[in-house]
Design a protein around this ligand. Sequence first.
Ligand SMILES: C[S@@+](CC[C@H](N)C(=O)[O-])C[C@H]1O[C@@H](n2cnc3c(N)ncnc32)[C@H](O)[C@@H]1O
Length: 368
Amino acid sequence: MKYLFILGRNIELSKAEVFSYFEKLGNRILKYELEKNGLFLDLENPIKENEIDFLGGVISIGKVIASGTEEELLKNIDKEELYFGTENKLNYTIWNFSKSLEVIRDYLKERFKKEKLKATLKHLTREIKLQEGKRANVPSSKLINEEYFIFGNKELYFGKIFQTCNYEIIEERDMNKPVRRASLAISPRLAKIMINLSKVKEDEILLDPFCGIGTILSEALLQKIKVMGIDKDEKAIIGARQNLEWSKFDKKDYQLINSNSTKTQIDYVYAIATEPDLGEILKKIPTKNKAKETLQKFEDLIVNVLNNFREKISGRVVFTSPNIRIGKKRIHPEIEKILKKTDYKLIYELPEFRENQIVGRMIYVLER
Ligand SMILES: C[S@@+](CC[C@H](N)C(=O)[O-])C[C@H]1O[C@@H](n2cnc3c(N)ncnc32)[C@H](O)[C@@H]1O
């Protein structure tokens, strides 16, 4: 089952998310190739029609419909139907992750002419800046009926996009919830990524020991994962409760505790996904000493919390940490020290920040 996953702006983070997600589902990745933000996957089993709703870092998913060398590919595409619409007017686009774009562009033009379709090729004109500094193009127009793609160089893969992330629905849900704390909250997109990195499955329990108003909890509940949220701020817990009630989640699927996570006693949970306090919100670049002080506080807090819960968690621990700009460099916690003091192993260390952001994030995924 061959697919193309078009990843969002943080390629390494999104790739780690997709890999963790299919690992948890037990859908083996038989082969993969990454070209810019295009991730080709050969999966053991087919994916669900709405798989994209479960992934935070994926823009679109396409299905491969023909493959082979240039010559074989064109012969194979000829056997496939490409347009299922009823009108004879069609706007289409081609996502390109290959040196053979021109071949496919010429083929489609001829093919649609033969089929007497008034087909117009629309270019991917909207540019997004990737985490690594490179750029990628995405469609800017909604008036596109079909999105095709070409991937690979020796072995080529051609296919059609069949799932696209609906950002509007996600944003609307986030903006309409009764309690919002814009400066402290994590985005639903990042919450989903972290949940997938934790590999927690349906019906297992995920703990967020710094739950705030419950963004990670909500995203997990939407995926039928049970949750436990802890926050030392009573107002945050009241806000989280209001938000979860507003979403009409079943009350037996969540537990909210107003307490200090360095001391709270809990029953067994499967994994942790959380964003602890990242320190003060800074408008100016801090001095190196000030930044180091923030990181030290962070390290002490996370070590205490992980050691408090260590006997109650068998799965992964996923947490964000401050990634602070000082001059042209960025500094983040010394993960080796945290690992040594908690006896965890590092699985991923993934930066997530915008160019001008003073306090960005470093995302850590740990396992015993
Ligand atoms: C960055 S916010 C989390 C935001 C959350 N992800 C959201 O979407 O609302 C960190 C939260 O950790 C809480 N907190 C800080 N230290 C804590 C501790 N020792 N135990 C429990 N909660 C703590 C704060 O009250 C704050 O609400």
